[in-house]
Design a protein around this ligand. Structure first.
Ligand code: SF4
Length: 508
């Protein structure tokens, strides 16, 4: 599913599906003339709307026929079609919709199946611990989604007697974390409510169908798209229609190279019509025909709220991908952190790693990670080591010498709004190390336990980087599963252990 999906959902989170209340009028300064109200935006021209009922009917029919024969076989669709209990059905759709926000369908399938196997009902999910939810969600990203889903499930069980709200309006009003998109998707697919949906795929399809070139992330355009989706949705099969529109965007009307020739609604597509007219016009000119096809133009300079801005007119080289258009994305924040894969030998010599739990709010809330600390951007390597050594000391209650930390390299991970670089170090400890009862929980885990824990993808990358070995010039890393070093001095190329370092010097 396109990453735009959540952006659209968020935009849909502009609450309320009905007309918006006018903002309160500003009070003028005493004696000052009241400010002039901004001129009302011109209504969109008919070329941007579906104003012909016969065309709307044909479009619905064509799209649904295509969906019936081409739709992908997905587990949540099967559940929605076969589950007779309305609450279970709505829950199954809800889980899929939350997982699909910001995540590809192919990735979600396995998570969805495991989730539904473990928590087949709202009641089962309500009884799970947050730790269990985080463990299953690990790797899916945007971890707060799983947490919020569980919180809402608890609310349904404890405050609504286990009964899911039955309309899009109530779903949005009563369930925390359920926005306009998710509410409409659940209501249309589970209960057959004729509520349209607007996600990233729908935005793309509608903008192309109706040549909408204004910023598709702006509230004004999003409002228009919601109105359009609500008007278009098929009254007898709303859930299928919504899924068909999203399926079209995901598989045919894709962002970069749409398959217009295979599109079931191409006859209704004004972007395609424009391209065809341009091609026809160009070929007539080439042939020297006296009556060229008239050029297709936008509605009029500056007047139309849905046309491309005058400064960014239609670009013939882009064809239908002129639409949709979005304002430039905000650059992600750049952040650096030092992290250390601290290793000890557990029973039978198997390596164990220290992981610590993050705070219960904020980024990656409640997840486990290798001990890490944020770094200033321009901090020298020597100072990084010192800061990290001090940080580690707080966890293990023993002095750590900065020089013992082996620099592994850098691991970059992009979160939604943060470009995060981890400067990765490793350190091997000999023997048992008692952890300090610190303010956050911590534990030693085997590699297998680490992978089954609620750890982020970024931390899995960090361990992988460590397993690949030290950075050039750092010496070879001890093999996983090898016997721990004895009590003698470390050999050449091995890491100096903390215990060896702490041992008093022996007489020559
Ligand atoms: Fe998208 Fe092309 Fe179909 Fe238009 S004709 S909706 S651009 S795939």
């Amino acid at each position: 599913m396109s990453p735009l999906r959540a952006a659209a959902a968020a935009a849909g989170g502009l609450r309320g599906s009905g007309p918006r209340a006018a903002p309160p009028a500003r009070r003028s300064r005493k004696g000052a003339a009241p400010r002039k109200a901004a001129p009302a935006a011109a209504p969109p021209a008919s070329r941007h709307l579906f104003s012909d009922p016969a065309e709307t009917e044909t479009l619905r029919r064509n799209l649904l026929a295509w969906y019936d024969s081409c739709k992908r076989d997905l587990p949540w669709r099967t559940r929605a079609a076969t589950e007779p209990d309305a609450d279970r059905r709505a829950y199954a759709v809800w889980v899929s919709e939350v997982m699909l926000q910001q995540t590809q369908v192919a990735t979600v399938i396995d998570y969805y199946n495991r989730w539904m196997q473990k928590w087949p009902t709202l009641q089962a999910l309500a009884q799970a611990s947050l730790e269990e939810v985080n463990e299953l969600w690990a790797g899916l990203g945007y971890y707060s989604r799983g947490k919020r889903l569980q919180e809402a499930a608890r609310k349904v069980v404890s405050e609504l007697a286990g009964r899911m709200p039955r309309t899009a309006e109530d779903l949005q009003k009563l369930l925390p974390g359920v926005g306009r998109y998710t509410a409409a998707a659940i209501a249309s697919i589970s209960y057959g409510q004729a509520a349209g949906v607007v996600d990233g795929n729908v935005i793309r399809v509608l903008c192309r169908l109706r040549c909408i070139g204004a910023d598709s992330s702006s509230p004004a355009v999003i409002d228009q798209l919601w109105d359009m989706a609500n008007a278009l949705v098929d009254r007898s099969r709303p859930g299928d229609f919504n899924q068909a529109l999203m399926e079209l965007g995901a598989t045919v009307c894709v962002p970069r190279a749409p398959l217009c020739g295979e599109c079931p609604v191409k006859q209704h597509c004004r972007a395609r019509l424009r391209v065809e007219k341009e091609l026809a016009s160009a070929s007539q000119k080439l042939l020297g025909k006296a009556t060229p096809v008239p050029d297709v133009e936008d509605c009029g300079a500056g007047g139309c709220p849905l046309c491309p801005p005058a400064a960014e007119p239609w670009d013939s080289s882009l064809g239908v991908t002129n639409f949709p258009r979005k304002a430039a994305k905000k650059q992600p924040r750049v952040a650096r952190a030092a992290t250390c894969v601290l290793e000890r030998r557990g029973c039978h010599g198997a390596p164990q790693y220290l992981i610590v739990q993050r705070p219960s709010s904020g980024l990656l809330a409640g997840l486990w990670e290798f001990p890490s600390l944020p770094l200033a951007q321009d901090l020298r390597e020597e100072k990084q080591r010192e800061a990290l050594a001090e940080h580690l000391q707080a966890w293990i209650g023993q002095p750590v010498v900065a020089g013992d930390l082996q620099l592994v390299g850098e691991v970059v991970h992009i979160f939604s709004h943060i470009h995060q670089t981890y400067v990765v170090y490793s350190l091997s400890l000999d023997g048992d190390v008692t952890l300090e009862p610190a303010s956050c929980p911590s534990r030693w885990v085997t590699e297998e336990e680490f992978r089954a824990s609620a750890v982020s993808t970024a931390m899995k990358k960090v361990l992988k980087a460590c397993e690949k070995g030290s950075s050039p010039g750092q010496g070879s890393k001890r093999k996983r599963g090898a016997k721990a070093q004895g009590t003698g001095s470390p050999g050449p190329g091995t890491q100096l252990s903390l215990r060896a370092f702490l041992r008093p010097p022996t007489a020559p």
